[in-house]
Design a protein. Sequence first.
Length: 324
Amino acid sequence: QMQSYAALRDLPARTKDGVDIAMLLNAGMLADLTHVEEAGAAGIGLYRTEIPFMIRSAYPDLKSQVEIYSRALERAGGRPVVFRTLDVGGDKRLPYFSYDDDENPAMGWRAMRISIDRPAMLRQQLRAMIRAAAGRPLSVMFPMVAEVAEIDVARAVLDMEIAREEAAGRPLPQPLSVGVMIEVPSLFWQLDQILQRVDFLSVGSNDLLQFFFASDRGSPLLADRYDCLSPAMLCFLRGIVEKADAAGKPITVCGEMAGRPLDAMALLALGFRRLSMNPAGIGPVKSMVRSLDLAQAQDYILTLLHQPDHSLRRKLRSFAKDYG
Ligand code: PEP
Ligand code: MG
């Protein structure tokens, strides 16, 4: 099987009915980045910047951050890299940074919430990304946004850093694109305003599912209780991709769903065309894509969205079996 996945590497991620799918990689460690070429991925759809921070014994200064981000861009060999700003707090703690204990860490002081309250950290991180990109494309993405106003705060910090670099005569990223993660359900009802402000969206289905069903993503007792292939979740995802399409803005799914062939099939049927996943998902998902009749899957999933099933997994699996 490994060998047949390797053979897929140079073949396009195109469905049987001719639709091209962007296959991207999630990364954090430098080692993940060496997989970009190996896996035949089109780029890094999610670079989790907190990972290099977590493996250090002290907070990386500006110079070390510039090095981390430059190395990531170099390893990606000219393919696009989406840098997510720090998503710490919750279960991801930096040993050299102090947090107050939240009773519900996943819903506590984490990610963008810390970046907004500690703007010096955000400023430094953005400055390092701008310097690392210097003259090359830069994509920055903000995690755990819950309100439009948070995007405006983050954007203002970014604009200020760009202006500062420009005034200092340093080369600017070219082009610069800004995105947000859809991880908190409240964003759905603010999508019109959000889409006017960003260049792209990325669905963090791990957190989105956890907040959608109020079901801890790490709880073994709940692991099988709610399914991302439930009608409610799929309707929600469909609503999100429709809005992004109507606004003409690219949207990716970068949660674990995107790397599981059956879940990925459902995402494509709902209208997603960009999937970002761990290296191990690329072969199996690409193999699914190449055997998929997308138009048929699209028609089929629409018949399921309003059924009362707990999960559509079984139906989708038998559809997948029947149609190759
Ligand atoms: C997600 O929540 O789906 C996501 C991609 O972010 P993380 O897994 O890093 O929280
Ligand atoms: Mg997340």
